[in-house]
Design a protein. Structure first.
Length: 538
């Protein structure tokens, strides 16, 4: 499996989802129904702009993907204008006539503090932006002034934006303790990029709060302190792992590991299915599946190498199959208007409750199906019904870029082939094929130890390793077969069995039977009614 085409297809999606008629603001989503008709939602929050920048710059680092200069210029204008306010927060530019006021969704967006930090960190690190570093410090000063020292909430009453809201329609978006938890990761990235000590001070504050209130030493899920947003909960755990690594405080890593093994593995089914809301079984969320994979990946860097099996299984069984790679031409999905004619109604795929949206936000861009290709979404059916939702695409792409960057890693002991995914650099080349059995070919170009992961789910007696055609009985280091440097450079070939099995997984009252081959799903029954992720099993 080669992840690169999937990553680059997602990059093209994020470019195509920008609307040039509205200052290149990203479409929030392109919705698709079972009749293969669609509509686009345009909502003017900074959340998607922040998501876009973080994902696109990570993609550029991972694969060399080139952001077209005109697109980059337009999106730089957007991020500058969304930060051009006395609070130095990622806020909709209220009084700028280039931005239609009907699209202003949140006046104060607590939820997107993380996205703002990630964008500024990426611009400072990858684009060497002095503006991003300076603006980020001012944002941190604002965050410190509104952050509670005892519980993870914000007091925004003295912000300039809050004071002017009495004269404007709307109000601050609802927020939860998870809004500070999900910030920990962004604060750590900003500290890494700039060395700003205030970022580390805030990360320490929020990490201590969420260790006390959002986790338990035994790894059980703590429901009383949190909302049910899976992506924010898992983002908080990501932040705890990252902060523990950054500060060499292993109690954070140990707690996150216990929580992953007990609570997260219960939330994320074997197929990779997890809901947008922790307390529901509708509205599958690939971004949250990606979060779980990334938590497992980061824990593997801290001794939990058995979790690498989880990372590759979620990638092969869920993240890659759930991307919208093909879409037929879409008709117009004419939403029903409310009695006053000012709004349209549709059904939310998570809650399955009706929602309304102002008619001005319902758009029908040309070639909707082409714009949607490459995206991920909160999908309409349990194992299908895909669409394109910008923040889900960006979040999933962020995770996959991290996995792509960890296919092969270096430690003091040598090169580690963590995943059986295609990769090549000036030191090593990895190719993976799956036919009657799995064959992983590793061409080591230098003389140093190479460690190749053996999946824990394959029968040990099926595993064979050769070096330049000669059989090798390798020494094992955890799940890794060690090929010593004295035998290299050379060609290492690993083969192993791909056992088939059928597993039933009940979701939303339906027993789905999966046909597994190794860590991939090759069939499902019953299948989705449209845009399915998997082939229908016999």
């Amino acid at each position: 499996m080669d992840l690169r085409p999937s990553l680059e297809l997602a990059g093209h999606n994020l470019i195509n989802m920008l609307d040039p008629r509205h200052q290149y603001m990203p479409f929030t989503k392109i919705d698709i129904n079972s009749e293969l008709c669609g509509w686009a939602l345009l909502s003017g929050t900074g959340h998607n702009i922040g998501r876009w920048w973080d994902a696109m710059l990570r993609l550029e680092e991972a694969t060399g993907f080139v952001i077209p200069p005109d697109i980059e210029a337009a999106m730089l204008t957007n991020i500058h204008l969304f930060y051009d306010n006395p609070d130095h927060l990622l806020l909709y530019p209220w009084d700028d006539n280039r931005y239609p006021q009907v699209f202003a969704r949140f006046l104060i967006d607590h939820h997107s503090m993380r996205e703002g930090l990630l964008t500024l960190a990426a611009l400072a690190r990858i684009r060497n932006s002095r503006w991003a570093a300076d603006k980020g410090h001012k944002m941190l000063e604002t965050m410190r002034s509104i952050a509670s020292d005892h519980i993870g909430t914000w007091d925004v009453s003295h912000l300039a934006r809050y004071k002017v809201m009495e004269e404007k329609p709307g109000g601050p978006c609802s927020h939860s303790t998870l809004d500070t938890g999900r910030c920990i990761e962004g604060l750590c990235f900003f500290y890494e990029a700039t060395g700003d000590s205030l970022a580390l001070e805030l990360a320490d504050l929020f990490a201590r709060i969420h260790m006390e209130h959002s986790t338990r030493p035994d790894g059980e899920y703590v429901a009383s302190f949190l909302t049910n947003h899976a992506h924010s909960y898992l983002g908080t755990l990501r932040g705890l792992v990252f902060f523990g690594e950054l500060t060499n405080q292993h109690e954070y890593i140990d707690t996150a590991a216990a929580t992953y093994r007990k609570a997260v593995r219960r939330m994320v089914k074997e197929s990779g299915y997890i809901c947008h809301d922790i307390d529901k079984e509708t509205g599958g969320d690939p971004a949250s599946a990606g979060d779980a994979a990334e938590i497992a990946l980061w824990l593997s860097r801290n001794g939990h190498t058995d979790l690498l099996d989880d990372v590759e299984r979620i990638t092969r069984a869920r993240l890659v199959p759930s991307q919208l790679t093909e879409c037929p031409p879409l008709g117009r999905w004419e939403l029903e208007k409310t009695e006053d004619g000012k709004s349209c109604s549709y059904i939310n795929v998570v809650s399955r409750a009706p929602k309304t949206v102002p008619v001005e936000r319902v758009l029908y861009p040309d070639n909707m199906h082409e714009l949607a290709i490459g995206g991920w979404a909160i999908h309409a059916e349990v194992h299908g019904g895909n669409r394109s939702v910008t923040d889900v695409t960006a979040a999933t792409l962020q995770c996959l870029c991290d996995i792509y960057n960890h296919i092969v890693t270096r430690t003091d002991s040598g090169l580690h082939v963590n995943f059986h995914l295609d990769h090549e650099d000036n030191q090593i080349k990895v190719t993976s094929k799956r036919e009657k059995e799995a064959t992983v070919t590793v061409v080591a170009k230098t003389r140093e130890n190479v460690f190749v992961r053996i999946p824990g789910w394959t029968p040990p007696e099926s595993v064979r390793v050769t070096v330049d055609g000669a059989p090798l009985a390798p020494t094992m280091l955890g799940p890794f077969a060690c090929v010593p440097e004295r035998l290299l450079p050379g060609e290492i070939v690993l083969t192993y069995a791909l056992p088939s099995r059928k597993v039933k997984e009940k979701t939303d009252g339906v027993d789905y039977e999966f046909t597994w081959r190794g860590d991939e799903i090759t069939g499902i029954n019953p299948n989705a009614s449209f845009l399915p992720f998997y082939p229908t099993a016999e």
